[in-house]
Design a binder for this molecule. Structure first.
Ligand code: F6P
Length: 345
């Protein structure tokens, strides 16, 4: 009888999840396995909710955004006997091994399950691109292209009205999306969580740019930036089940726009791109990367390489220990930040 293996997608969705599911299912079936998909992230494993994945089921999903399995931010650590329930589901359904696609929170749970004896492999997913042990996560390429397009579109209206536009982009702990989309979109200033850039410095730059000129400015800010002036606000906003501050409530873009208005008197508008960055069809690169990651995860199971994660190194897909991906966060280097800063103005 064919061994049964599973896959789940957990945390914020990312364009490329469906290609991962397709790559995993096709390779696993080719290797002789029966495949199931757990529904809505860890919830599916805790509650035993799943569906069978066949070649037919994944035939036309590569070009689709989102995840056909659904996702959630359910944290087994916060569910009573969460890990025990997961191990029980695996036993009851006779699941030999499974792949967890997610960012640091999901992979942290996968690592614990592996230590508890479950056969788990990982796939690195996040549009934020902040996972170590891989050169790039899938979803990132799509999101920076959407963000760059937003900058291009804001530029024409900003020009017409001689306005300052503040564009808030995703990126909780790392400023990769803001930095790369901001540079590609030729933004006038980019502010990211990794390096301090003060309101005074920014307003000086904007005043200089606009001084007596019919001009415009685009300022890109990563959602995870917390200016020292925002301390009180941070204490008031809620946290999700993994203990992350809910940044959608912090609204750094709006805060920044108000500060610029007050300090410079310039006409300012704030735009938050939000989940548009995660929606819609994946880019060609993310489809290709997702398919390869998914196939690699199925191969890792076939080779009994549990506790390991598919990883991109240069042009190659290799594998790395899951714990390496979560030990540290991949942040923007000083060199890159200084290069971006040298283009401000
Ligand atoms: O998954 C990463 C991410 O897109 C972050 O960039 C963002 O802060 C967060 O998810 C948003 O989470 P939610 O979809 O729960 O609002």
């Amino acid at each position: 009888m064919a061994k049964k293996i599973g896959i789940l997608t957990s945390g914020g969705d990312a364009p490329g999840l469906n290609p991962v599911i397709a790559g995993f299912t096709r390779t696993a079936i080719k290797n002789g396995y029966e495949v199931i998909g757990f529904l809505d992230g860890w919830k599916g494993l805790i509650e035993g909710e799943y569906e069978k994945l066949s070649l037919d089921k994944v035939k036309e999903i590569v070009q689709e955004g989102g995840t056909i399995l659904g996702s959630s931010r359910i944290n087994p650590r916060k569910v009573e006997n969460g890990f025990e329930k997961i191990l029980k589901t695996l036993k009851n359904l006779d699941v030999y091994a499974f792949a967890a696609c997610g960012g640091d929170d999901t992979l942290g749970v996968a690592k614990i399950l592996n230590e508890k004896g479950a056969n788990v492999v990982g796939v690195p997913k996040t549009i934020d691109n902040d996972l170590e042990a891989t050169d790039q996560t899938f979803g990132f390429d799509t999101s920076i292209n959407i963000a760059m397009d937003a900058i291009d579109r804001l530029r024409t209206t900003a020009k017409s009205h001689h306005r300052v536009f503040v564009l808030e982009l995703m990126g909780r702990h790392s400023g990769w999306i803001a930095l790369e989309a901001g540079m590609a979109g030729n933004a006038n200033a980019i502010i990211i969580p990794e390096f301090e850039y003060s309101l005074d410095e920014l307003c000086r730059l904007l005043k200089k740019r606009h001084d007596g000129r019919r001009t415009y400015s685009i300022v890109v800010v990563a959602e995870g930036v917390i200016f020292p002036e925002m301390k009180e606000k941070v204490e008031k906003v809620g946290k999700d089940s993994f203990g992350n501050v809910i940044l959608a409530d912090l609204k750094v873009g709006e805060f920044l726009a108000d500060e610029i208005k007050e300090r410079t008197g310039l006409p300012v508008r704030a735009v938050t791109l939000g989940h548009i960055q995660r929606g819609g069809p994946p880019s060609a690169y993310d489809r290709y990367l997702g398919l390869r990651y998914g196939a690699k995860a199925a191969e890792l199971i076939h080779e009994s390489k549990f506790g390991r994660m598919a990883s991109l190194q240069g042009m190659k897909i290799i594998d790395e220990p899951i714990e390496k991906a979560i030990a540290e966060r991949k942040v923007v280097s000083k060199d890159l930040w200084l290069l971006a800063k040298s283009f401000f103005g």
